[in-house]
Ligand binder design. Structure first.
Ligand code: NAI
Ligand code: ISE
Length: 342
């Protein structure tokens, strides 16, 4: 059985996912595409030589009979409407982060999925598939460092465009840490606070950069996450978990080291597309394999998307207030307790 995908949003990551489904992974094909920029959708079909129809909008694509699964790779604010329409039509959905841009939006998706009666949605929190984070999780779960007490991490991009705003540091960038860190330590967040160090001279006038986000979990773990999206030197993801018996750190991206011109060095990547390339492959392969095997996806759920969005909402509030803001989640519905996601 081949899973026939319809793609909503043929920008940067839409194109990456189309290429991997079409040329690299097994069991899927692209049969439909749409984009508010129709020229982009047509360009993708020609450029990648797809045997795919171009639809005028998401609704038309979702209702196409030959579309089994919808890949939502449009801008974050457009995700909710497409995901809800896909659930309504009973189609599988792989949606890039964020599931929706607010906790309320994610809750509407959670409710629609529960009403449908079985899982249809997987959220693109690909770090859970990254071998470095998987090794960290194994070490923590096996008590290798005792009880985790603190986590220090950094999410650095070389630069961002002028459309990138201060709140995007949370719902577009930090959202990856928000998801992966509570999964790492099997805990939920209690509070969040944001502080602003001295501003980088490379940040545009409207953007506060860098930012330091402090998260506290219900179990008392304190996490400090630096978000620095104009760091200039490269794309760099750091994570160190400090326990009462030792410390574990995320492995660096694998690269040759070199000795040259009186320097000992190693390369740093420049682009998110390369840093988690294996994880993107694995998450989509798992989505297809799991649907074929069990009839449902296996990766991060709508509930995971909800947790991330509620935490992001509190962090955005904390950006303005400067105070410690409470992260208040509703009780997890039984529907999602039955799923042992990765
Ligand atoms: P992009 O701007 O390159 O592409 C988005 C595309 O969606 C554009 O072509 C735009 O015209 C189209 N679009 C917007 N609204 C639409 C709608 N209602 N219907 C159809 N098409 C629509 O953005 P990019 O970087 O590809 O990001 C897309 C999504 O993927 C975002 O949610 C972003 O957060 C996420 N993302 C995830 C990454 C990851 O590491 N998992 C990395 C980069 C992006
Ligand atoms: C982008 O949308 C991503 O998801 C990247 O992983 C992240 O590093 C970047 O800051 C976001 O804008």
């Amino acid at each position: 059985m081949t899973i026939r995908f319809g793609v909503i949003g043929t920008g940067a990551i839409g194109r990456e996912h189309i290429k991997r489904i079409q040329n690299k992974l097994s069991g899927g094909e692209i049969v439909a595409v749409t984009d508010v920029n129709q020229a982009s959708a047509k360009d993708v079909v020609e450029r990648f030589e797809l045997d795919a129809a171009v639809y005028p909008d998401d609704k038309a694509l979702i209702s196409a009979e030959n579309v089994d699964a919808v890949l939502v790779t449009s801008w974050g604010p457009a995700h909710e409407a497409s995901v809800l329409a896909a659930i309504e039509a009973g189609k599988y959905v792989f949606v890039e982060k964020p599931l929706a841009t607010t906790g309320e939006g994610c809750m509407r998706i959670v409710e629609a999925e529960m009403k449908h009666g079985k899982r249809l949605v997987q959220v693109g929190f690909m770090r859970r598939y990254d071998s470095g984070y998987v090794q960290l999780k194994e070490a923590i779960d096996n008590n290798f460092i005792g009880e985790p007490l603190m986590i220090r991490c950094a999410h650095r991009n070389p630069e961002v465009g002028e459309n990138y705003t201060t709140d995007m540091a949370i719902h577009d960038t930090l959202i990856h840490e928000i998801d992966v860190l509570h999964w790492l330590v099997n805990d939920d967040y209690k509070t969040v606070q944001v502080t602003y160090p001295k501003k980088s001279k490379h940040a545009l006038e409207h953007l506060k950069d860098p930012q330091i986000v402090t998260l506290e979990t219900n179990g008392g773990i304190v996490i400090t996450a630096e978000i620095f999206v104009n760091c200039k030197y490269g794309y760099d993801i750091q994570c160190e978990v400090i326990g009462d018996e030792g410390i574990v750190s995320l492995p660096e991206f694998q690269s040759i080291s070199f000795r040259k011109n009186a320097t000992f060095g190693t390369n740093v990547l420049n682009d998110w597309k390369d840093r988690f390339i294996d994880a993107y492959d694995k998450e989509l392969q798992d989505f297809m394999d799991s649907i074929k095997k069990t009839g449902e996806p296996n990766g991060p759920t709508s509930w995971d998307g909800y947790i991330a969005a509620v935490t992001a909402d509190a962090a955005i509030k904390a950006q303005d207030s400067g105070e410690k803001e409470v992260v208040s989640l509703v009780e997890k519905p039984d529907f999602y307790n039955q799923y042992q996601t990765i």
